[in-house]
Design a protein around this ligand. Structure first.
Ligand code: ADP
Ligand code: MG
Length: 663
């Protein structure tokens, strides 16, 4: 019968000459071979036929889950083949409810959540209890929070029907809905479908059970992809026709995209919790990367701060004068001039330059300090009495040595606090005699504690008069360095010039070799050199951190790809209930962002622990900055985003019916 001409305007579905073929190697299967069909609003149509006759293929095409190879399909007057993928998704969720033989409920969601799933994509929140009232109408009032595996087949199919109804569609497509059900459950499902039809919803049902086919108002029989017969008839009475009340009226609230994102986050968490071990493993890479960043930045920061505080303690008005390093032994080879420094040079500089506040010579050496059979290896510093003022080292207990002590080459020593602690524990060392390299020294003071500078303990030192060091301890004629303190930072350049001039004169250095006869450096120079090496270090650390985060990101991508292929069926179902490409992308992106953000937080905690342990065991000064925490957190979230894009895109491109068939 061809009613197409007269029913064109009212007909919901108009299919004309469609073909669908599948090629399996050599075989070409004509699943649909020139099928034409018109379905009007409010019909109750059953499609029957032997297995493989093309029933499912036809319903999938009607339900917009699949497309024909040729022919025309008009839905409500619009040619379907001209609609975009997103327009099709909108039609799937607003106009059509699909019911599958295998129910296709999402296993991790409760009954209520499964029913509400299409609402996520229609961006509607129905009056809160709409989903539960739908389930109550289906006789599932006591099963709302059950997961599918805790429901019988009949119950699962009723949940699936509720899901198909949640967006109030005009048409229900059911592909063998009773195929997996016992006869009692089948009757129940059929009663519901009849009831829905009496409320005006178009029903198309595929079945191979004659009894069910006879309950329809119109029956189509198919064979080998061809419609064999199409008859309208009086439906057979069904025995226990259950009267279900009208679907509840609903309030529709459009919700903003934030609510949608929150929902995606919730679902993302659920998916991740369902795979705890895998999730943790994929987080590990990011965690280690972030921990590395945090610890490295903290240690770097600590070192920088230590240098700065050390500089501050030293004072920025200091010069250190040394013999030029390029001449062996301080002797300028071609002229025979010695540029080695003496105590007299130091005094001359102080006397001759008015802007010089203090000078001090300095010699360094290793020494073994013993007291009552205990010994301690430490650094021995020979300096002038002025050194204590220049370096804020005046003892808190006892006193520093004087110029007088120095002139007399007195055997007196001021201990650093570490040395005092090691040899005297809590007793006062003042007035006791210690031996430095077997020579007895009277302890006259203990220097104030200075702490570590990031590499070494600044309190692990003893100071003795420089002349004592040179003449009694080591027998040296020259000093290692002369430290010069300038009265005002503004006078630094002037003093630098004057000091060199005086030294050239004193040592009779000919102009030709002056350029590297001496090295005169101030603290600003040293500081600059140190921060330069610090920067090199920081760059190196940043590269290491970037590599480890990259590796972490690849780990996340890997896991997300596994997750996509594992959840292909779920993606198909989501698309079948109306998810657009962008919704699927969002879902997987949110998931990978959640993984890497949580991994990032774990990394921050881990990094904090590593930092604390390092600074406790090695004694490094460290400091974690808020910036580094925020930076690495947002960085790890960004990694999740970047490395999640590919798997998310891959998931969103799946064709709904292929995805649903995936096992
Ligand atoms: P029915 O639902 O009536 O049992 P189908 O519509 O599922 O039949 O299938 C019709 C024909 O198309 C069958 O021969 C089937 O093997 C074939 N077919 C269906 N889907 C595919 C597919 N994805 N790939 C290859 N052949 C298919
Ligand atoms: Mg089938």
């Amino acid at each position: 019968m061809d009613q197409a001409a007269e029913t064109e305007d009212n007909s919901m579905i108009k299919i004309t000459n469609i073909f669908k073929t599948y090629t399996m190697g050599e075989n070409v299967v004509k699943a649909l071979n020139d099928v034409s069909l018109v379905i009007e609003d409010g019909e109750f149509l059953a499609i029957m036929g032997p297995s493989g006759s093309g029933k499912s293929t036809l319903t999938h095409i009607i339900g917009l889950l699949d497309v024909p190879n040729a022919g025309s399909y008009q839905l409500n007057g619009r040619e379907v083949s001209q609609l975009s993928e997103d327009e099709l998704a909108v039609l799937r969720r607003e106009e059509i409810g699909f019911i599958f033989q295998q129910f296709n409920l999402l296993p991790r969601m409760t009954a209520v959540e499964n029913v509400g799933l299409p609402l996520l994509y229609s961006k509607k929140i129905f009056a809160q209890n709409f989903t539960s009232s739908l389930l109550e109408k289906m006789g599932l009032a006591l099963r709302l929070d059950h997961r599918p595996n805790a429901l019988s087949g009949g119950q699962q199919q009723r949940v699936a029907i509720a899901r198909a109804l949640v967006n109030k569609p005009k048409m229900i497509l059911a592909d063998e809905p009773t195929g997996n059900l016992d006869s009692a459950s089948s009757k129940e499902v059929m009663a519901i479908l009849h009831e829905l039809n009496s409320q005006g919803i178009t029903i198309v049902i595929v079945t191979h059970e004659e009894e069910i086919g006879q309950q329809a108002k119109r029956l189509i029989r198919m064979r080998d992809g061809v419609v064999q017969s199409d008859v309208r008839k009086i439906p057979a009475e069904i025995s226990d026709f259950k009267k279900i009340p009208e679907l509840p009226n609903t309030t529709v609230i459009s919700v903003g995209s934030w609510a949608e994102i929150v929902e995606h986050f919730k679902q993302g968490f659920k998916a991740l919790i369902a795979n705890k071990v895998r999730t943790c493993l994929s987080m590990l890479g990011i965690s280690i990367g972030v921990a590395a960043v945090i610890a490295m930045l903290a240690i770097g920061n600590g070192a920088q701060k230590a240098i700065e505080s050390q500089m501050a303690a030293l004072g920025s008005n200091l010069f250190v004068l040394r013999t030029g390093a390029t001449r062996v032994g301080g002797v300028v080879q071609d002229s025979g001039v010695s540029t080695r420094l003496t105590h007299e040079d130091s005094e001359a500089l102080k006397e001759q330059i008015p802007a010089v506040k203090e000078t001090s010579t300095r010699v360094n050496g290793k020494g073994e300090v013993t007291y009552l059979g205990q010994n301690w290896h430490t650094q021995v510093l020979g300096v002038d009495s002025s050194y204590a003022r220049m370096h804020a080292s005046q003892p808190e207990i006892g006193r520093y040595f004087t110029d007088e002590d120095n002139k007399k080459r007195a055997r007196v020593v001021v201990l650093g606090s570490t040395v005092a602690k090691e040899l005297f524990a809590n007793n006062s060392p003042i007035g006791e005699t210690v031996r430095i390299n077997k020579i007895g020294f009277l302890v006259i003071g203990v220097m104030p504690e200075k702490g570590t500078n990031g590499w070494q303990d600044q309190d692990d030192v003893v100071a003795i008069p420089v002349l004592t060091f040179m003449h009694r301890l080591h027998g040296r004629a020259f000093v290692d360095a002369i430290e010069i303190e300038v009265n005002d930072a503004n006078n630094m350049p002037e003093v630098e010039e004057a000091a060199l001039e005086i030294m050239y004169k004193r040592k009779k250095v000919p102009p030709s070799v002056r350029h590297d006869a001496f090295v005169l450096r101030n603290m600003a120079d040293i500081k600059a050199a140190m921060s330069e090496s610090n920067e090199t270090m920081a760059t190196l650390l940043a590269v290491i951190a970037a590599i480890s985060l990259l590796v972490g990101g690849i780990g996340i991508m890997n896991i997300m790809l596994v997750s996509v292929s594992e959840r292909t069926k779920e993606i198909g179902l989501r698309k079948a209930v109306g998810a657009r490409k962008k919704d699927i992308q969002m879902q997987f992106l949110v998931e990978s962002i959640v993984v890497s953000a949580i991994g990032g937080i774990a990394g921050i905690v881990l990094g904090g622990m590593i930092t604390t342990i390092l600074s406790m065991t090695i004694g490094w000064a460290t400091s974690i900055s808020l910036t580094s925490v925020l930076l690495s957190f947002s960085f790890s979230a960004a990694i999740g985003m970047i490395f999640g894009i590919y798997p998310a895109k891959k998931a969103s491109k799946l064709n709904p019916i292929d995805a649903l068939r995936f096992e």
